[in-house]
Design a protein around this ligand. Structure first.
Ligand code: HEM
Length: 141
């Protein structure tokens, strides 16, 4: 898990994202659907090309969930349990999709935060998001 310093770095980057959840989230989804078109199969209801308002609205929900994870870094499993149930048992999202989303998230962070998303920040965000994905995918077993 993350050290105290790593957690502080995650929170530092989150402070730059907070307030822009819908924008960052919509861009994340758009990159995900464009770079990895197979992910669109889960989101047919958003339209093709996806409806902008729905992209912003779902993007905001995804990023707000990341915000919840940031606030509960020491208790991710409990905080994300309903979301893990949803992805595993209801939506049945294939776990191979999570690294694709993480990849796109980091590109969004790098493009918006530029110099503030340093290599050191990328390392901790990669660790944090991977931990988040582990929690969201472990209920498949
Ligand atoms: C729904 C978060 C990864 C597919 C949701 C919701 C949230 C969320 C907050 C809405 C839950 C609700 O309405 O109660 C996340 C987070 C992820 C992640 C934080 C990774 C860090 C993925 C991936 C896929 C996916 C990789 C598939 C490629 C979906 C679908 C829905 C959903 C299809 C339902 C959409 C709808 O109702 O319109 N997710 N998700 N999620 N997620 Fe995820």
């Amino acid at each position: 898990m993350l050290s105290a310093q790593e957690r502080a770095h995650v929170a530092q980057v989150w402070d730059l994202i907070a307030g822009h959840e819908a924008l960052f989230g919509a861009e994340l989804l758009l990159r995900l659907f464009t770079v990895y078109p197979s992910t669109k199969t889960y989101f047919k209801h958003l339209g093709d090309p996806p409806d902008e308002v729905q992209l912003l609205s779902h993007g905001q929900r995804v990023l707000e969930a990341v915000g919840v994870a940031v606030r509960h870094m020491d208790n991710l499993r409990a905080a994300l349990s309903p979301l893990a149930d949803l992805h595993a048992r209801v939506l049945r999202v294939d776990p191979t999709n999570f690294p694709l989303l993480i990849q796109c998230f980091q590109v969004v962070l790098a493009s918006h935060l530029q110099g503030e998303f340093t290599v050191e920040m990328q390392v901790v965000w990669d660790k944090f998001l991977t931990g988040l994905a582990v929690v969201l995918t472990e209920k498949y077993r």
